[in-house]
Each structure stands twice: as structure tokens, then as C-alpha cells.
Design a protein around this ligand. Structure first.
Ligand code: PLP
Length: 377
């Protein structure tokens, strides 16, 4: 029992950096997750979605690890991300910009060897024009809207797009793609609706390869795989399906330091606005991470951190730089200034904390702050 109360792994914070906690990112687990997804999607190839700094985990480190694992297709959302990442990847890797280009970025994109996704006839025409000016045939991906109404060529523009790629001759379409809106829910009818629409598009754009599945889509079966799968969250240990056991290896663990402990009597107000009032004498610890470090304010008086297997509930409001937790369940003196408690790890998954915060694992990951010591395993 004693060993469980005082786990070795959470004893020290990396103090040389002045950090408030240890964020560890297991690149080996990311590689294993990639290998697992690739096997599921085969014979389709598997890309990696590394947008938003690889979901907050560091796009360079993550992409380098995945490149070593054999990944050669990398998707980011914005051109600025592609510009930063492109020089760090091998020349045989391709970097795609999901949101496509803002007007005026075409020349820089072509010069950097980055491949835009055209989401509209305007984006495609501007790219073709750039090819004409440079006297080159520029690679492009076409994204179609199959029912999400977010990004992609609208049904009524398909004929014009087909005409443009046939007539103007300065773009080469590498593949066509669309994005699933409900792939995390295998029972959603929207999956089949979008698949039907994708098949209709493939009937119009004959001979083009298809890229369709995100993480959840890979688990929907081979109808959704096309020739290239595009997982993000599952690489990073997030659950591809919202209501099934998570088959992916955990990637992130986060331990944060105690700043102060105290004993309060019944009726003590805790945190901003005195929103929490103790109903009995309590021992409390203040922990060095708040909403500026990616703990959503919606965790106020909800959710918990862990010390070993002991659950320590969050009490009162989440502050910018700290949370307060109830440590009465631990023997007195267990936690002191500098002790570490678990926010993500063996006792609390990304999905657990996301559920308590009323959000999704994606938002927890991409919000992880910069005040932790980051360690790549
Ligand atoms: C973010 C994104 C993905 C990856 O989705 P996950 O659910 O994280 O696997 C794939 N395709 C597009 C277009 C995206 O925006």
C-alpha cells in the first residue's frame, strides 16, 4: 500500500528548467500507434496529421519519429505550419495543407515544395495560374464537401472543377479527399451518407485515388480506407471511437508540482468568488497548473488529479496558474512543496479529463501549456 501512496515516478520535478511539471511524450508509443493504424488501413498507405504542432506534442519531434517509422505523408492545417515543418523532413516526404492557401501564398508554397489542398474552385484556379506563371505543373489535392459543410468543393462546382483540371493543364491532382464528420461514432448514419457521396464523386472524377479516413474512419472498415488514411488523434493515444475501449497506446503523461498545502476548517472558502465552501475540516493542496496551462476552467469543482491510485478532487475554481485539490484522503504530510501529482497518466486518461471538462481529448492535448518540462521518450 505504502508503495502505491508514494510512487517513485512522481517524486521530483525537473527543476533546472524552472518548470512546473513534467510533460512526457512517448515517441515510441506514437510509432507503435502508427504501425497499428497502418496495419489496419493496409493495403492503403497511412499518413500522419501533424497540424496544430502535432496536436500540441511537437510537430518536428513527432514527424521525425514517424518518418523513421516509414511515414511519408504529413498533413497540417495551415500553410504557416507547413513552412515551418517542411525543411525538417526528408525530400521524399510530402507535406499537405488541409485548409489550402490564402491568396498571395501560392508562389511561396510552390517554391517550398508544399502541396496545397484546394477546397474551392478559386483556390484551384489560383494554383493553376501560379503553375502557368512559373511554367510548371504543380501538385494539388482536391477536397470535396461530402456533407460536413466546412471545407471542400461544393457539389454544384464539381463540373467546373473537372473542366478546369482537364483544360488548363498546370495542376496535377495527386488524389481526391473528403473528411468524415462523425467517424468517432460507428453507428452514425452520417458515415454511410458521406461514403455514398464520396462514391458519387469518384464516379465523376474517375481514375483518381481517394483519401478519406481520419482515425475513426480507419476503424469503420475498408470501404472508408481509399489509398491513403489520415489519422491524427489515434497516433497521440486518443480514442478513435468515443464509446468503445481505446485500442491505442497512451502517449502523454503529465505530473504537476504542489505549490502549497494547508489545513482548513469547515466553512472555508476555496478559490475565486469563494465558489467552494468546505463542509468539514479539510487538507488542501494548490497545484502549479491552471487554465493557462491547459486545464479548462470547466474543471472547476469537477474532475481530479491523482497521487498514486488516490483520487484528489479539484475544489473551487480553476485559476490561471493553479488549481486547488482536496488531499484529505492521503496520510498527513504525504504531499509537500515540490511533490508531483498526476494529471495524465496511468490513473487518468485524456478521455477521463476531457469528459470531466465537458470537452474532447483533442482540445486537452492542443491546450497543453508551455510551462511544463517536456521530455520525449
Ligand atoms: C484533423 C483532421 C484529420 C485527423 O482527424 P483525427 O480525428 O484526429 O484522426 C484528418 N483530416 C482532416 C481534414 C482533418 O481536419
Amino acid at each position: 500500500m505504502e508503495a502505491d501512496v508514494l510512487p517513485e515516478r512522481v517524486r521530483t520535478v525537473q527543476t533546472v528548467t524552472g518548470a512546473t511539471g513534467n510533460l512526457s511524450i512517448d515517441l515510441g508509443a506514437i510509432r507503435r500507434n502508427y504501425a497499428k493504424l497502418r496495419k489496419l488501413a493496409a493495403p492503403a498507405r497511412t499518413a500522419a496529421v501533424v497540424k496544430a504542432d502535432a496536436y500540441g506534442l511537437g510537430d518536428r519531434a513527432v514527424s521525425a519519429a514517424l518518418y523513421d517509422e516509414g511515414c511519408r505523408h504529413f498533413f497540417v492545417a495551415q500553410f504557416v505550419e507547413a513552412q515551418r515543418l517542411r525543411p525538417h523532413l526528408g525530400r521524399d516526404a510530402q507535406v499537405f495543407v488541409l485548409n489550402g492557401l490564402q491568396p498571395g501564398n501560392e508562389r511561396a508554397c510552390a517554391a517550398a515544395g508544399i502541396i496545397p489542398v484546394a477546397n474551392s474552385i478559386e483556390q484551384l484556379a489560383a494554383w493553376n495560374e501560379t503553375g502557368e506563371t512559373l511554367d510548371r505543373v504543380l501538385p494539388v489535392v482536391l477536397q470535396f464537401d461530402t456533407g460536413m459543410s466546412r471545407l471542400g468543393i461544393a457539389p454544384q462546382d464539381r463540373a467546373d472543377v473537372l473542366e478546369l483540371i482537364r483544360q488548363r493543364g498546370h495542376v496535377e491532382v495527386l488524389f481526391i479527399m473528403s473528411h468524415l464528420a462523425s467517424a468517432d461514432d460507428p453507428d452514425s448514419e452520417q458515415n454511410e451518407d458521406q461514403l455514398d457521396e464520396m462514391r458519387a464523386i469518384a464516379g465523376e472524377f474517375t481514375g483518381f485515388d481517394i483519401c478519406f479516413a481520419n482515425s475513426g474512419g480507419i476503424f469503420l472498415g475498408e470501404d472508408f480506407h481509399g489509398v491513403l488514411a489520415r489519422p491524427g488523434i489515434a497516433l497521440y493515444g486518443g480514442a478513435p471511437n468515443s464509446d468503445r475501449p481505446n485500442p491505442m497506446d497512451p502517449v502523454v503523461s503529465l505530473d504537476v508540482a504542489v505549490v502549497q498545502t494547508r489545513t482548513v476548517s469547515a466553512g472555508a472558502k476555496v478559490g475565486y468568488s469563494g465558489a467552494h465552501v468546505t463542509s468539514a475540516p479539510r487538507r488542501l493542496a494548490t497545484i502549479a497548473a491552471g487554465y493557462a496551462d491547459g486545464l479548462p476552467r470547466s474543471l472547476s469543482d469537477r474532475g481530479a488529479v491523482y497521487y498514486g491510485a488516490t483520487r484528489l478532487p479539484i475544489v473551487g475554481r480553476v485559476s490561471m496558474d493553479s488549481i486547488t485539490v482536496d488531499i484529505t484522503a492521503l496520510p498527513e504530510g504525504t504531499l509537500q512543496l515540490g511533490s508531483l501529482v498526476e494529471i495524465l497518466g496511468p490513473h487518468q486518461t485524456l478521455e477521463d479529463i476531457a469528459r470531466d471538462a465537458g470537452t474532447i481529448a483533442y482540445e486537452i492535448l492542443t491546450s497543453l501549456g508551455s510551462r511544463y518540462h517536456r521530455q520525449y521518450l
